[in-house]
Design a protein around this ligand. Structure first.
Ligand code: NBP
Length: 478
């Protein structure tokens, strides 16, 4: 039998992706370095569709109809290169390798170029939604040659999640590394969302005086409004869960140390290289990092802070409403920053990414899926060149209405000594964008003073320098 698609790498993601293809009626060749996994996939799920198991790379390649389509789902980094090196010599012109792992977009650019030179197509496809998504419908972000995408389109569209309007959550993002870049930013935004939710929880608990089960109820209510999203939904689930062993709220028995696999860090490193301020995402990455520094936290544990009791019930209710507004406004800021990054990279690498299309394919299947993304899509549909989401008329109106509560929530957090790096950084970003003038004028003047770095003037063209060490005459510096 020949197979329409192949999947190599049958750990949790690859196995579920292969099953997803099979359940959608495609015949799937399956292969894994360790053949036991291939055999167990066919034994356990063989009745779900047509699987063609292959023990060797040669057998796997021979099982595929041409042009061959091979999905690689192995550990990102060295293993991905090893697998490509193993398969590329066995392939023929026009065949397509799809890397569905979490590759760094620079690696994808490199691999795409190398394979293109050998006449092979390489598609770097970001896949979000975890194990469950891979099986039931992920959000898929493929980048690579358009003709290779066309060869994959029907398969990807059938296995992808469907948005509420039935549109599949996949689209051709752009050439080479565009798909993996967008997946990286998705994960950065996911970090920011999770941090903001964490801050909201902390405020409701420490300042509002609510118990975890009550906070679950608050999140459930929020989930019926504009914050409606997968992450808010699972937050309520986690907060209402009781630890079976101790009978305590589950959240109280989990060690408060958040780990990371690195895509958030990549987002921030890349943002620094591109010169795009993504303070919301950066604060989220730093907050996880700080949580893991036991020695710092132990050393700091005794430092003085304010001592304020929890609010009474009526005030707590009003405060909870402020927190909802702070959460929503801060979320808007981090999405605006994320899209700035996508737009900047699109220019830098000539990717021609449609910003609204990215929002559209994040509406279902991925971790940040939310009703809100439909509105992001609409904002870019109305104006694809929108310089920031915050300038969209609807979002600007909402943030304007939220800003007073947002400020109150941040002020209360500050007075009560609760760390809210996400809320506060987002608010400062908003205020800096709003400000007609920034103290950057002073910074630039200082730079001219100590380093003769020159400055521009507000009142006429040109580059200038003041002779600070002499008579403070201004000279032209062009
Ligand atoms: P892992 O990332 O744990 O990788 C395990 C797979 O890689 C196994 O099939 C293993 O084969 C294979 N492999 C390794 Br390790 N080294 C190899 C080599 N040198 N040659 C050939 N095969 C090799 O699997 P995963 O969690 O299913 O994730 C797969 C990809 O999807 C990763 O890039 C991951 O970042 C990405 N991703 C994961 C998730 C998630 O929720 N887990 C979500 C989205 C994306 P073996 O069986 O022979 O050891």
């Amino acid at each position: 039998t020949t197979a329409q698609i192949g999947v190599t790498g049958l750990a949790v993601m690859g196995r579920n992706l292969a099953r997803n293809f099979a359940r959608n009626g495609y015949s799937v060749a399956v292969h894994n370095r360790t053949a036991a996994k291939t055999r167990s996939l066919v034994e356990d799920f063989g009745d779900e569709g047509t699987f063609v198991p292959a023990e060797s790379a040669e057998e796997f390649v021979a099982a595929l109809e041409r042009p061959r389509r091979l999905v690689v789902m192995v550990k990102a980094g060295g293993p991905t290169d090893a697998v490509i090196d193993e398969f590329a010599p066995l392939l023929e012109e026009g065949d397509v390798i799809i890397d569905g792992g979490n590759a760094h977009f620079e690696d994808t650019r490199r691999r795409e170029k190398a394979l293109r030179e050998r006449g092979l197509h390489f598609v770097g496809a970001g896949i979000s939604g975890g194990e469950e998504g891979a099986l039931h419908g992920p959000s898929i972000m493929p980048g690579g040659p358009p003709e290779a995408y066309e060869a994959l389109r029907p398969l990807l569209e059938s296995i992808a999640a469907k948005a509420p309007d039935g549109v599949p959550c996949t689209t051709h993002i752009g050439p080479d590394g565009a798909g993996h870049f967008v997946k990286m930013v998705h994960n950065g935004i996911e970090y920011a969302d999770m941090q903001l939710i964490g801050e909201a929880y902390e405020l409701l608990r420490d300042v509002g005086g609510y118990a975890p089960a009550e906070i679950a109820g608050i999140f459930r209510r929020w989930n019926e409004g504009r914050l409606d999203s997968y992450l808010i939904e699972i937050t309520a689930e986690v907060l209402s869960h009781t630890d079976a062993e101790t009978g305590k709220p589950f959240v109280d028995v989990v060690l408060d140390r958040a780990e990371q696999k690195g895509t958030g860090r990549w987002t921030v490193q890349t943002a620094l290289d591109l010169g795009v301020p993504v303070s919301g995402i950066a604060e989220a990455v730093f907050a996880r990092s700080l949580s893991g520094h036991a020695e710092l936290r132990e050393a700091g544990a005794g430092l003085p802070g304010p001592n304020a009791p929890a609010l009474d019930a009526a005030d707590a209710e009003q405060f909870a409403d402020q927190v909802e507004q702070a959460l929503y406004a801060s979320k808007l800021v981090s999405y605006a920053q994320g899209w700035n990054m996508i737009q900047k990279a699109s220019e830098e690498y000539d990717w021609d990414i449609a910003p609204g299309a990215v929002a559209a394919i994040w509406r279902a299947g991925c971790i940040i899926r939310a009703a809100f993304l439909d509105r992001v899509r609409n904002a870019f549909a109305a104006d694809p060149g929108l310089p920031t989401l915050l300038a969209d008329a609807e979002f600007a109106k909402e943030i304007g209405e939220a800003q007073s509560a947002w400020r109150s929530a941040v002020a209360t957090a500050t007075h009560r000594g609760v760390a809210v790096p996400g809320f506060a950084a987002a608010l400062s970003y908003y205020d800096a964008l709003r400000a007609g003038r920034l103290p950057a004028a002073l910074t630039q003047a200082q730079r001219d003073y100590f380093g003769a770095h020159t400055y521009r003037r507000t009142d006429r063209e040109g580059v200038f320098h003041t002779l600070w060490g002499e008579d403070r005459r201004e000279v032209g510096a062009d």
